[in-house]
Ligand binder design. Structure first.
Ligand code: AVJ
Length: 319
């Protein structure tokens, strides 16, 4: 059996320092914000997996449909010997693709969640004992140091997670991906598509309240990691469609005026009744926009696939 390597590109206290910096800057500005990457502790990753099975949350199923339909095609076009998956989570959808790639030698899943990475690698290695898996605990928005693995390489960024980045962050991210690619390498990018508001809002405000629990989980993370005293029941989950920016915004709205103490930051954060913290944007795309953003980063849109209902797209881009 090939070795399973797990590398933390940042020391554990760097993660802690990043959380402190994000919480300090996000909660002392107006409007208040918290970055979505802090949703994903073990509980948050579990809740996200639960979201992907909700009737209202279509992106995972739509993307899986494309991967099931098109994996052979993607494999043939890319011929990859290494797949690098950014934000790999459970790696469940990627399986099809990995299995279609007949010359695959190496898989590099990159995620902020250690629990998701180890779980994914364990289950993958059961079926593919000869695959070399080198998992990276890393925040891929901050530039990546990748292990030296055989080319051609396919960098996969699935799930629509690029939509969590603001437009300027997306541009920076795509440039850094571009700089990782050698001739013959490719980027496989998943993007959720613009559609009617009702469908979009329902996907982020499900009837069972799982997304609400996922959203509030970021407060539990801050409570645990930074000794804060956010009362979770004093906040409501809010999901709104912003038609100008073409993104869904998730927010947490204070039900009443309150002061939150964050012990480790020596900070008291005042909330007015009704005040909101923006915890996530999830941008939705059209083909022309994707093409333009790729082109601006020096990438060429070579293939565009959608599910039968046209809800979600996979793009294959080359340098
Ligand atoms: C994992 C970033 C793709 O934006 O749809 C799901 C996260 N947030 N429900 C998304 C999420 C609320 C998800 N991504």
């Amino acid at each position: 059996m090939s070795p399973f390597l797990l590398t933390r590109t940042l020391p554990e206290d760097a993660t802690d320092a990043a959380l402190r910096a994000d919480v300090l800057s996000g909660l002392t500005r107006h409007p208040k914000t918290l970055p979505p990457k802090w949703f994903y502790d073990a509980r948050g990753s579990e809740l996200f997996e639960e979201i992907t099975r909700l009737p209202e949350y279509y992106p995972t199923r739509a993307e899986r449909e494309i991967l099931e339909e098109r994996s052979e095609e993607i494999a043939a076009v890319s011929g990859a010997r290494t797949v690098i998956e950014l934000g790999s989570g459970s790696s469940e959808k990627t399986r099809h693709l990995l299995e279609a790639l007949t010359g695959l030698e190496s898989y590099v899943p990159v995620d902020v969640s250690e629990s998701a990475l180890t779980g994914a690698a364990e289950s993958l290695l059961v079926d593919h004992p000869d695959l070399s898996v080198h998992a990276l605990i890393a925040d891929f928005t901050g530039g990546l140091a990748l292990p030296g693995t055989p080319g051609p390489r396919l960098v996969a960024f699935l799930g629509g997670t690029i939509g969590n980045l603001l437009p300027e962050e997306r541009a920076g991210f795509l440039h850094s991906v571009r700089s990782l690619l050698s001739p013959g390498d490719a980027l496989l990018l998943g993007t959720d598509l613009v559609k009617d508001e009702e469908t979009l809002v329902a996907a982020y405000d499900d009837a069972a309240g799982v997304t609400a629990a996922f959203n509030k989980n970021v407060l539990s993370v801050v409570n645990r990691e930074l000794g804060a005293d956010f009362p979770l029941d004093a906040f409501d989950h809010v999901a709104v469609w912003n038609p100008e920016q073409r993104w869904i915004e998730m927010r947490l709205r204070a039900r009443r005026a309150l002061n939150v103490k964050i012990r480790e930051l020596d900070l008291v954060v005042p909330f007015e009744a009704g005040e909101e913290v923006r915890t996530e944007v999830s941008a939705k795309f059209r083909q022309e926009g994707v093409r333009e953003e790729l082109a601006a980063a020096g990438l060429r849109l070579a293939q565009w696939w959608t599910d039968a209902e046209g809800r979600f797209a996979l793009s294959l881009a080359t340098a």
